[in-house]
Ligand binder design. Sequence first.
Ligand code: NAD
Length: 418
Amino acid sequence: MTEIFKGRLAILGMGYIGLPTAAAIATRGIDVIGVDINHATVAALSRGEVPFVEPDLAVAVSGAVAMGRLTATTETPEADAFIIAVPTPFNDDRTADLSYVKAAAEQIAPKLKSGNIVVLESTSPPGTTQKIGDWIGAVRPDLRMPRDGETGADVYIAHCPERVLPGRIMIEMITNDRVIGGLTPRCAEKAASIYRLFAQGEILLTDAASAEMAKLVENAYRDVNIAFANEISLISESLHIDVWEVIRLANRHPRVSILSPGPGVGGHCIPVDPWFIVSAAPTLSRLIRTAREVNDHRPHHVAQQVVEKAKRFRSPTVACLGLTFKANVDDVRESPAIEVVGLIAKALPDVDILVSDPYVSTMPALLAKYENLHLEGAYQAVERADIVVLLVEHEPFKAMRHTRLGGKVIYDTRGAWH
Ligand SMILES: NC(=O)c1ccc[n+]([C@@H]2O[C@H](COP(=O)([O-])OP(=O)(O)OC[C@H]3O[C@@H](n4cnc5c(N)ncnc54)[C@H](O)[C@@H]3O)[C@@H](O)[C@H]2O)c1
């Protein structure tokens, strides 16, 4: 019979992933305890407030808190199941920094009882779920950890990667298919009992390492395809061919679907996760590494092109439109647009650079040191500029009338005005 989880659930990490998951499960009638080391986050949640912007999340959280189904604390409690949704950034050498995951596992370990479930949701290199078993086992030698081929473990450990799109998290969390990889088949089945509470997509059971690798491969796939588009852009530019026209024509082939080039790849997933594959198999990941390098080089190329264009003027004004890592969101994490603006500001210290983004109201910290940068409304920036650089295709920029751009040097890195 299909098992559905009953009992108390603790989720460690109340960020973009942990909090929506907590809200989705709490509104299905399960008692959820949100655990976070950040006191301000816990205080906000305890008041029913959400510390970041995500459509429909605030309503779900305030409702679950008001009903008493969702509570928040800095102390890991006893529970029947634990979900780990803490950060997995990379180290300076681009290997995965698993210190947050290890800390979470060690917080859970003293609280574990026989029959408990532990699920890792954080994006992680292959073998991390197994490491969680090892870290917990080191603290709790009294509990039998799951081992492939053995039955009779005391705790069930699995990986369930998250693939939601920021801005659509509350929808995709429910509708996306879920991959659940257990350290044993029984672990996967036990973890699935939690996701059956709210997931409407298909639940695909597998082993832990395959689930870990599948998530990384999804993001590497995106990265490699974006790198292909960026390389085509570079080559077309050098041959004085219009890349947008080339891609438009090539995509009329029934089996070709080239993505759009751009100023680089941002956010905290696609530029990070492929490195976890590279560090797991450095000599074998040649294409994945090269794609990362191609995409990482983009901001430098775009900035260099702007500097070249500026040389045609005695005292130019440059308008840079867009700072976020992609269109129509307010997220500036790892944004290539910010990198481009910083590189231009550094290369052209005597040039006024007007920066505009409808989603950003204060100059991002990384750019604050440049005195030649000024935040400006888009229309004013374009009006005053000799050179207009489009970095993010926000809707208001796309809708800008072409007459406003007349007589300016336009560098449209997203093809929005093509
Ligand atoms: N945000 C996304 O769109 C997205 C999508 C897919 C996968 N992921 C992955 O999900 C994981 C979490 O990402 P996020 O965006 O939610 O991160 P986040 O930074 O928004 O949230 C993480 C939270 O964990 C807390 N934390 C850190 N250590 C802790 C500990 N030991 N105990 C309790 N809380 C702790 C932090 O204070 C923070 O509030 C990462 O591995 C990320 O790669 C994120």
